[in-house]
Design a protein around this ligand. Structure first.
Ligand code: GAR
Length: 208
């Protein structure tokens, strides 16, 4: 008998820590989190599970991977909503259907309303491909190259209502090499993102 069933049989309510991941595109960070959890078992060992992957784009490649892994998926199309508030309300409803302990933005390319951020305060994470607080926003890699930076990197942080700000949980540093293009640097940073995001989540789970 599984631990869940044993505890249920004893009348103890077992609450899963559900993780909902939001993506907009390729979803390689989401895939890295799923693979890391499967490989290392940090989800099961902490009573957690990746409950759903939600995208604002129906054609997000990451949705295919999630479905193949047997993870529930949903699409909330921002283009069907006239305002950010209306989109965020439908998004929150789709997320809340999974009763999440943690909401993970993994390449989710929408600006969120303060109300949405407030709703998930303390359990909303983001990854940004720069060494925050440097280079929030778009085109981070080109801006780091143009500024003559010698290093770049990625940051996992708690989300606050200010874009790409909030308490930092993990960072990784990579060199910027002579002749780097934004594409080359992005690829180097992304390999580090895939390491630090699962680690940050695994370390945060016991505190949720
Ligand atoms: C990642 O580099 C992530 O850090 C970035 O988008 C990429 C998504 O890749 N996020 C942001 O720029 C958010 N401000 P993925 O879909 O393959 O995970």
């Amino acid at each position: 008998m599984s631990r869940g069933r044993r505890e249920a049989a004893r009348g103890k309510v077992v609450e899963m820590k559900n993780i909902v991941i939001l993506i907009s595109g390729s979803g390689s960070n989401m895939a890295a989190i799923v693979r890391s959890a499967r490989r290392e078992g940090w989800d099961k060992s902490q009573g957690a599970r990746i409950a759903a992957v939600i995208s604002n784009r129906a054609d997000a490649a990451g949705l295919v991977f999630a479905r193949e892994q047997g993870i529930a998926t949903a699409v909330v199309d921002h283009k069907r909503h006239a305002t950010r508030e209306a989109f965020d309300a439908e998004l929150a409803a789709a997320i809340d259907a999974h009763q999440p302990s943690l909401v993970v933005l993994a390449g989710f390319m929408r600006i969120l309303t303060p109300g949405f951020v407030q709703r998930y305060q303390g359990r909303l994470l983001n990854i940004h491909p720069s060494l925050l607080p440097a280079f929030p926003g778009l085109h981070t890699h080109q801006r780091a190259i143009d500024a003559g930076c010698k290093v770049a990197g990625a940051t996992v942080h708690q989300v606050t209502s200010e874009l790409d700000h909030g308490p930092i949980l993990e960072q990784a540093v990579v060199p910027i090499l002579p002749g780097d293009t934004a594409e080359k640097l992005a690829a180097r940073v992304l390999t580090q993102e895939h390491l630090i995001y699962p680690r940050a989540i695994a370390q945060l789970l016991p505190r949720l």
